[in-house]
Design a protein around this ligand. Sequence first.
Ligand code: NAD
Length: 294
Amino acid sequence: MTRVAFLGLGHMGLPMALNLIKAGHEVRGFDVMPAAVDAASAAGVPIAQFGVDAVAGAEVVITMFPAGRHVISAYQDELLGAADPGTLFIECSTIAVDEARTAHALAVEAGHRNVDAPVSGGVVGAENGTLAFMVGGSDEDFATALPLLEVMGKRIVHCGGPGLGQAAKVCNNMILGVSQIAVAEAFVLGERLGLEHQALFDVVSQASGQCWAITTNCPVPGPVPTSPANRDYRPGFAGALMAKDLGLALQAIEGTGTEARMGRLAQEIYAEFAAGAGAGRDFSGIITDIRDAS
Ligand code: NAD
């Protein structure tokens, strides 16, 4: 049994915290939004009045916030000062690699331990305890975090030192954004050439164009009955989240001087998509924009 403070009880954080409680850990939760607090409390998460109260006496502090600025300010302004010396901070939000390294340095300066552990798998993965965790940090800190991550996820990869969990996440999602656009373009091209969706799916899903964007997230209704295309692109993974992640990829591309034209273009395309109705639709809904523009 580990005493865990869980901060950020939103779409992802609440089901993750509930899985820790189910596994017998002593969790104290906190969120700045009253609606999130009420939902978590009703679901059975013991709630602290303030973030500092949740953190005091905890062995591990997990954060699941919207963005890097929330992490850095919460670490600086309240959490690091309130934690017992040597507390392990597991930072699960999706944030920039540089921000993850800043958070790590702040935690270490304050006498604590820290790993970055962003996830993929979405709300369904959080509910079912089947998230994938990509972890950056020392071997020792990874080993301490692992039993808790195993409760919330089913695939946990130690990617290297501080920030490298976020690096793996940003690389993966850059591939995902580019490949979802490529698959959508191929379906629209096929339509215009007179090719049935099912025929194209039957070929590509077993050929060298095969990828998750077609076999799981197929952007046309029919071939994969569980894909968001079959429910009018209800997410799934919302366009706003893909745009956010590609923004982080762009930051990493520019920070490292990487020649990544496809990544840059995908960022542009999804920024445009998320500026309109695409924000709340699954990111595979990009096919509609491509079809409309063709
Ligand atoms: P969310 O907005 O539903 O939840 C974040 C919660 O953090 C909110 O309830 C907010 O009030 C709270 N918060 C912000 N600052 C806080 C503070 N200082 N103290 C306590 N609580 C605070 O977001 P989400 O969908 O749960 O996503 C969380 C993170 O996970 C994001 O970084 C996102 O990019 C990433 N992510 C999300 C998904 C997804 O499908 N939703 C998938 C993979 C990764």
